[in-house]
Design a protein around this ligand. Structure first.
Ligand code: NAP
Length: 520
């Protein structure tokens, strides 16, 4: 049976609750959860009223929850009132009630609720347990305990993931349980569990109407779940991809890849994968993925701070590393092949080189002996310097930390200087590979306008915003400009080809990134 979309209604007043019920129907909720503990004037009449409102408004099932404050509820409602609410809900024939397992274990509560449920078989009990701080000591024991206590109930086991690696116990439970179960992780690190619950056959997943009406940390909105994460297309066979990085919350890649998967009608899904900094964190994450082949992960984009960690991981585990990635010292793409082995690539270099050649309407060989100024000496600068020196361009590297520029220049046999040498700039092509000018510091520029000239081509790898101050000033004096979106789209298109063996619609990719960047 497919996973249901449950949308909570969490309003202080009946009027607002009714508006939320309407909105929940509009976003296609399968289940409307009445979080009646949010009501300021909670009484039985209000509960009856809202149950009737859901039943009369559409085809959604009704779930009534009156959460205990100790498990994330609001309102300090007495236990007697809460039990009366549940009794009313069952007698009204709602589809589900959600009661805390800790409370249900108490004889007096159980004695009141169980006979009601026995005589109203339409209503199913959800027995829930929450930990807002950390993962449960042993989720599978907790699952067994709830099933032993009430075999017909649906266990709902939810905890906060402090790291993405905390999610894997939830995945194992979903994978191994034959009966209905609701389980996922709260918090940003738990986001993927709310989506993968759908792939792994969870009984339901929650999504809010909007960020304000979310009832738990990290809850996605129903629109995000449906439009960005392809809720209606997710099935148990779907192949998974994602971007590994920290931070990843604002990455444009999920929107770009999922839009292309949707357009090509591919059974694939792309997720943001927040893996905290550190080789150890990265290794644990990838080990967790690779040993669970049933998750069906097939590839990853890799971004800051893991591009080098990916390389070390592959080298230590006999993975294939493309020679270009080895020379750059960073990989931004991982492909998991049929045998579960990993192959690493770097598409940043090709992405930058194509941005240059396409926009300048030249071939790579035409860059031979062209004087190029590369500003920056970090990861992107390395990829750019490798691409340029391979075709024999005359590269000079400028960097704030001169020692880093010197190391890079020595490795690839080019010139270097500190940023204080920029007044003597003498280049046909200038490439910004620093983060200067990137949102939110959009008033910054790596090269003052006085040092630019109209016969220069100015390429900014920063793509948020697409029109940086550097590019605006270059344009003003008549220089040709290349924006970072071209590089972003090219490197993403090359990844798409590595992931799927198909060429994506690059114009669509560019449109999606531009739209994503224009959102607040
Ligand atoms: P990185 O390895 O951290 O390198 C950052 C570079 O920026 C270093 O050279 C650093 O100089 C310099 N820098 C940082 N803050 C500075 C400041 N206040 N003043 C002067 N220099 C400063 O980062 P990266 O991976 O190379 O990424 C750099 C930028 O490339 C990103 O911010 C992003 O906008 C862009 N990018 C674009 C794409 C694309 O597809 N278009 C892809 C990836 C990245 P020091 O060595 O002195 O610290």
């Amino acid at each position: 049976m497919s996973t249901k979309l449950a949308v909570p209604v969490s309003a202080k007043t009946i009027k607002t609750a009714k508006q939320q019920i309407e909105a929940a129907n509009q976003v296609g909720a399968d289940i409307i959860e009445l979080r009646v503990d949010y009501l300021e004037n909670l009484d039985i009449t209000a509960v009856k009223n809202l149950i009737a409102a859901v039943k009369n408004s559409g085809n959604s099932s009704v779930l009534v929850t009156c959460r205990d404050d100790r498990e994330g509820g609001t309102g300090h409602h007495s236990i007697d009132l809460r039990m009366n609410v549940f009794a009313e809900a069952v007698q009204s024939g709602v589809d589900f009630i959600d009661l805390e397992f800790q409370n249900y274990k108490q004889q007096n509560i159980r004695r009141k609720i169980k006979p009601l449920l026995d005589s109203n078989p339409k209503t199913r009990l959800i027995l829930s347990a929450h930990d807002f701080e950390r993962k449960f000591q042993n989720i599978s024991d907790l699952y067994t305990e709830t099933k032993n206590c009430e075999p017909d109930a649906v266990p709902k086991l939810v905890y906060t993931a402090n790291h993405i690696n905390d999610c894997f116990e939830v995945f194992d439970l979903l994978h191994n349980s034959k009966d209905d179960v609701i389980t996922f992780c709260m918090g940003e690190a738990g986001l993927i569990s709310r989506v993968l619950a759908v792939k792994l056959g969870g009984f339901l997943t929650f999504a809010s109407l909007n960020i304000k009406s979310a009832t738990a940390p990290g809850q996605l909105t129903a629109t995000e779940l449906k439009e960005l994460y392809r809720f209606d297309s997710i099935n148990d066979k779907i192949e998974l991809f994602g971007v590994i990085g920290s931070p990843v919350a604002h990455s444009a890649s999920p929107a770009v890849f999922n839009t292309c998967f949707e357009k090509e009608k591919m059974n694939r899904l792309y997720l943001p994968l927040l893996v905290e900094d550190g080789q150890r964190e990265f290794d644990i994450f990838l080990n967790n993925i690779l040993k669970r082949t049933w998750l069906n992960f097939k590839g990853f984009s890799v971004t800051i701070p893991h591009k080098h960690n990916a390389l070390d991981y592959a080298k230590n585990r006999g993975g294939f590393v493309e020679p270009l990635a080895e020379r750059i010292g960073a990989a931004n793409t991982i492909v998991i092949n049929e045998n579960g082995k990993i192959n690493l690539y770097n598409t940043d270099c090709a992405g930058a080189m194509e941005a240059i050649t396409e926009n300048m309407k030249i071939e790579r060989k035409d860059l031979r002996n062209v004087p190029v100024a590369v500003v920056g000496a970090g990861g992107v600068a390395r990829a750019v310097v490798v691409g340029l020196t391979d075709v024999g361009a005359g590269v000079k590297i400028y960097n704030r930390t001169v020692q880093k520029a010197e190391r890079l220049a020595k490795e690839f046999d080019c010139e270097c200087a500190g940023l204080d040498d920029l007044p003597n700039l003498n280049a046909k092509l200038l490439i910004n590979c620093t983060s200067l000018g990137m949102y939110p510091d959009i008033k910054c520029t790596p090269v003052l306008k006085e040092y630019l000239s109209s016969d220069m081509v100015v390429f900014d790898t920063v793509y948020n915003p697409a029109q940086t101050l550097l590019l605006k000033e270059a344009k003003k004096i008549g220089a040709k400009t290349i924006d970072g979106l071209s590089m972003f789209v090219n490197q993403a298109a090359a990844q798409f080809k590595l992931f799927t063996n198909k060429v994506p619609d690059r114009a669509l990719m560019r449109k999606v990134v531009s739209q994503k960047l224009s959102q607040p």
